[in-house]
Every structure is written in C-alpha cells, then in structure tokens.
Design a protein around this ligand. Sequence first.
Ligand code: SF4
Length: 468
Amino acid sequence: MAEIKSLKSTGVQDECGILGIAAKCEQEIAHDVYFGLFALQHRGQESAGIALSKGDSSVAYYKNMGLVSEVFDQEKLSIFPYAKTAVGHVRYANKGSNNVVNAQPVVFFGRYGRVALSFSGALINAQQLKDEMLKNGHIFQSSVDSEVLASYVNYCANDDAVSGAINAAKKLVGAFAFVYMVGETLIAVRDGYGIKPLIMGERDGDIIFASESCALEALSAKIVRDVLPGEVVVVDKDRNISSYFFTKGCKKPCIFEHVYTARADSKMDGVSVYESRRQAGRKLAELYNVEADIVAGVPDSALAAAKGYSEVSGLPFTDALIKNRYIGRTFIQPSQAMRENSVKIKLSAFAHNIKGKRLVLIDDSIVRGTTSKKIITLLRQAGATEVHMMIASPMVINPCHFGVDMDTKEQLIANGRTEEEIRQIIGADSLHYLPVESLCEACGGKEYCTGCFDGDYSFDISGYYPEN
Ligand code: SF4
C-alpha cells in the first residue's frame, strides 16, 4: 500500500485521470472512453464523466459521483450517439468539495462553441486567475481548478480555440495536463515541467491521449510518444496533428508516479513503472542487510519492490498480506473515520506464511504512519516474530503543491522526526528508507520532482509557499 496504501489511508491522494480520443470516423466512442477510464480508475474514484462532440458544435455528456462502473452502465453508454471526438475523466477530490458540481469533464459554451475539458493537476495561481476573470464579469459555479482553467482557456482565446489553450498555458503556474475538445478538434496540453503525465497513442488512425499508457493498452492502442513538457498537441477535425510549445519545456516529472500513483504496467516518459519499483527494492537490499527469513510487500504498489529485494537479498518472496480487491483505495474516503474503517477491512495477514518468521516488509512510502502501525500490529498478531520495515522511497517531509494531496506538513510523520523515532511510533523492529539519489537511479536516472522528499520541487515555489 505502498503507503498510499500507506499513502492511501494516511492522506496522500492523487488527482485525476484524463482521456481524449480523436477518432478517424464515427464510432461507439463512449464505450472506448469507458474502457480507457476503467484502466485509469486507480487515479481517482470519486467521480467519472464522459463528453463527446456530436460534430455540430453540440456536446453530449454525463458525469456523476462514483466509480466508472457505477456511473456508467450499458443503458447510459448506449444513449451516447456515435461520434469521432470525446474526452473523459476520473476524479479524486484533491481540491474542492466532493460533489457532482466538481465532477469533470467541464462542459460549457465558449467563444468557439460548446466545449469540454478534462483536467488533472493543481494550479498554484488559480485564485489569481479567477480574480482577474471575476473582475471582468465572469461567474463560477464550482470550487475547483478545472473550472478556472476552462474559463481561462476561453478567456484567452483571441483568435481561435487553439490560441486559447496556448495563451492560457503560458499564464498557468503549477502542474497540469488537460485535454480540451472543441467541435471535432482535440487539444492536449502538458505543463512546462511535465509534472503531470500525458501520453499519446494511436489505433488504426485514431489518436488517443491518456494520463497513463495502461489506458492505451486497454484500448489496443500503441504508444506514439509522451506529450512533451510545455507542448500543446492539436488534432484537427481531419485528424492532422500539429504541435506548439507555450514555453521551453524542462522535464522534471513527479517521481511519486513511480513510487505509488501510476499503475505498475504503465510507462512514464519511457520508464517502466514496474521496473522502477523493482529496482528500488533491489537498491534497498544492496543498502540494508537485515537478518530475516522472508520478504513481503504491502499490496499492490510495493510488490514489485519486494520482488527486487528478494532477488538481491536471497530471502524468499512471500505473500504476507492479502487485499480485499472489492474495496476502493482507502485514501479515497473523505472522512478520517471512514478511512480508519476501510483500512481494517482492506487487508488481512497470511498467518500460515508468516507464523514464527522474521519478516522484511516493503512499503512504497509512509505519510502519516497510521497505516504502517496497523499493518505491523496485524502481522505480529498473525505470528511474525520480527517485522523489519523497508520503505522504497525517502521520508516524506514536505507537502506536495502539485496536485498530490499529502496533507499538511504537521501531519507528516517524518516532519521533525528521526528514523528511529518513526520506527518506535509504528512499532517496527527496524526501519530503513531509500535515499532520494537511489530512488532517482531506480527510476531511470532522470531528472524528477522530488519536492515532497527533499524540497527540490520541479520549479522554485518559495514565492508562493515561503514556509517550504
Ligand atoms: S512534490 Fe512529490 S508528489 Fe508532488 S509532484 Fe513533486 S514528487 Fe510528486
């Protein structure tokens, strides 16, 4: 759980999943979006929505609270007409209240007709942009960045819809990826540091954009490439593709995608998430030699790291915990009371596998530490004689300002505490974290945002958040 598991119940919450399809010809496109969103469900479970262009500058859409499979059924999907262009969204409420008004796609009448936009990320200057528009007579109906963004794209559209996306993107501060549908034109935009992922795929002439490659895979599309930092990709109604840059991009994506957020079978900017996690586990084993009998991972996101640890240490990889697959990630629960309850019913220990054993337990991260403590208690009750905790990432000591909700600095267990103090709180026999340099190496040795671990954000945020 990897801590999101750990993170999960402890307070790290990620953002959203976005999808856009520009098909060659009219088809049951709502079904495609549905299956793509299904593959992105791990990125947000609070609401889901689909909007498609009917080609006559009108938009058909439906969005509601719940999982993709709860929001859409065969009957709802069959109401959507055949179409060539569509966008979809799954949301985690990292900002703004949890209600259907804040669900996406955002659909509105703009300067160039009826449009729909799906957004993932967080805008540091959202309030500033909103104030500017309010002064000019704009109104807003929700509390989320996506509506500010949609309005601002429209506000900046001096020449055409594409100019709106480009001009707006120049002014946005933060982490963002969005797909924007205007008639049968589809526009995909990624922030100047590539903090939020956005990948482009192709299937028999259909162009597909998604937060993660696992959605392309679900649609039998092949990866074309990642949208580049600072890039605006436009697929026009004839399916010609053009590319513009609103800034000179500098790639520094979120490393937490590899640690926890992304699905293990996705590739992020050319790097396999599974391989990053496996390598992180191998590095833990190279760094820390612990006397133990078996190694296990907190399912699901730490399993690859546990396998990597096993490969290097020689300790047998063992299933120590089983997860009830029919419960959403606990971190999606909006109240602390609901989170606590979800953790209790989410995981069970394999007593048969761990009784009388000294166990190395790998998790992806620790945020508040409450889940780690519960898991360790669970394992001891099931008969583990020792539980040595290894974390496949560094201590989380700072909040994220780019859309991954890690609570406040005060709520982070590593804030102002040593490794030994954390070990005592969670009740482990030993505790080790992966250093940030090792994590970056495990993730392909590229430049990453590591702000929540060491304060090195994708760009200097001190003007916005002096406390960091
Ligand atoms: S601060 Fe952490 S979670 Fe946020 S973008 Fe940077 S690496 Fe990702």
